[in-house]
Design a protein around this ligand. Structure first.
Ligand SMILES: Nc1ncnc2c1ncn2[C@@H]1O[C@H](COP(=O)(O)OP(=O)(O)OP(=O)(O)O)[C@@H](O)[C@H]1O
Ligand SMILES: [Mg+2]
Length: 321
């Protein structure tokens, strides 16, 4: 886990990071979100000891990072840099094996691990002998991630890992990220300024502005209980879609009508978000009346009017907490 307590970084008159405290629990993914220059990269760099904090305390895996040799500590933390940061004069395979080499792994072990990572990140084995400049932006970012994962670090810091990609490639790789087994058990702190990406990848989102944390919480906290107008305006444009993506059939189960007997042609898992339901229904090109959701022995009718009514009721319930 990662814990920051009253951490600041000042450069002369610039307060790059201004007294922030938060925690990333073991196995959790927290996403730092915010406008350019709000202190996201500086926060990551302090955790990895590339920047020394002006004040405050940072604990990673139970150890105060300022009390350990920086080199040793960094080997337990994978770091994906903002602009992939691959070494241009090292091949892809050499880039991936940097930390394993420092750890003096055997040659065979390094070769096998490199091969495994290329495969997991959907990179052809032949890319191993190429130099970073011979790869596409998307491939370079995958190599950056492979390098960070190489020595099985329990903690991963990622600075805009998909930043340089076009929107289509970005969404594709993002979907792969969520299913990658190597990322599942890790404690991850990731930076983005893409709202959609933050909500999709983060267990919690930490919204920053001018070096300070404005609000940290689950997607539903930021969506339904925004702490101020800054939070509201930051997510305003994608608000409706984000809501639909973050409310699940299970959440509104008790608000949905019972299924009409005989309708069971198309089943929708209660684990689907409202957004997924809309996608499924539109893809099948059938009327809503043909869809039901089944949870144990309970069966609910899925239809647009009751879905929207339940959505409104669910949303309103947050305002009265
Ligand atoms: N070495 C430095 N010297 C002086 N000022 C710095 C230094 N590094 C960062 N800053 C300043 O600190 C602030 C935060 O920078 P940081 O790189 O953390 O922002 P960021 O949130 O990562 O932005 P972006 O989204 O553009 O990457 C900025 O105002 C920046 O100019
Ligand atoms: Mg940055």
């Amino acid at each position: 886990m990662i814990r920051l307590k009253n951490v600041s970084k000042f450069y002369k008159s610039t307060k790059a990071v201004d007294d922030i405290s938060f925690e990333v629990k073991e196995g959790e993914t927290v996403v730092l979100l915010g406008t350019s220059g709000c202190g996201k990269t500086t926060t990551l760099r302090m955790i990895n000891r590339l920047v020394e904090p002006s004040s405050g305390k940072i604990v990673v895996n139970g150890q105060n990072i300022l009390e350990q040799p920086a080199e040793k500590m960094r080997r337990g933390i994978g770091y994906v840099l903002q602009h992939h940061g691959l070494f241009p004069h090292y091949t892809v395979a050499e880039n991936i094996s940097i930390v394993p080499n420092l750890l003096k792994w055997s040659k065979d072990k390094i070769i096998n691990r490199t091969r495994e990572l290329l495969e997991k990140l959907q990179l052809s084995q032949t890319l191993g002998d190429l130099y970073p400049s011979q790869l596409s932006g998307g491939q370079q970012q995958r190599v950056g991630l492979a390098r960070a994962l190489a020595a099985y670090p329990p903690v991963l810091l990622m600075d805009e890992p998909l930043g340089a990609l076009d929107p289509v490639t970005r969404v594709g790789i993002r979907k792969e990220f969520t299913t990658l087994d190597e990322l599942k058990r890790k404690t991850i702190l990731m930076v983005t300024h893409d709202v959609q990406e933050a909500f999709e990848l983060g267990d919690r989102v930490c919204l920053m502005d001018k070096g300070k944390i404005v609000q940290i919480g689950k997607a539903t906290d930021l969506l339904f209980n925004p702490i101020n107008d800054f939070v509201r305006s930051f997510i305003k444009e994608q608000h409706f879609q984000l809501e639909l993506e973050n409310i699940f059939i299970n959440d509104i189960w008790s608000l949905l009508p019972k299924a009409i007997d005989g309708t069971n042609e198309n089943k929708i898992s209660p684990e689907n978000s409202l957004w997924q339901v809309l996608e499924t229904v539109s893809a099948r090109q059938q009327g809503f009346e043909r869809f039901v959701s089944i949870n144990n022995n309970d069966k609910k009718q899925i239809e647009i009017a009751s879905l929207m009514a339940a959505y409104t009721q669910y949303k309103n319930s947050f305002n009265h907490e």
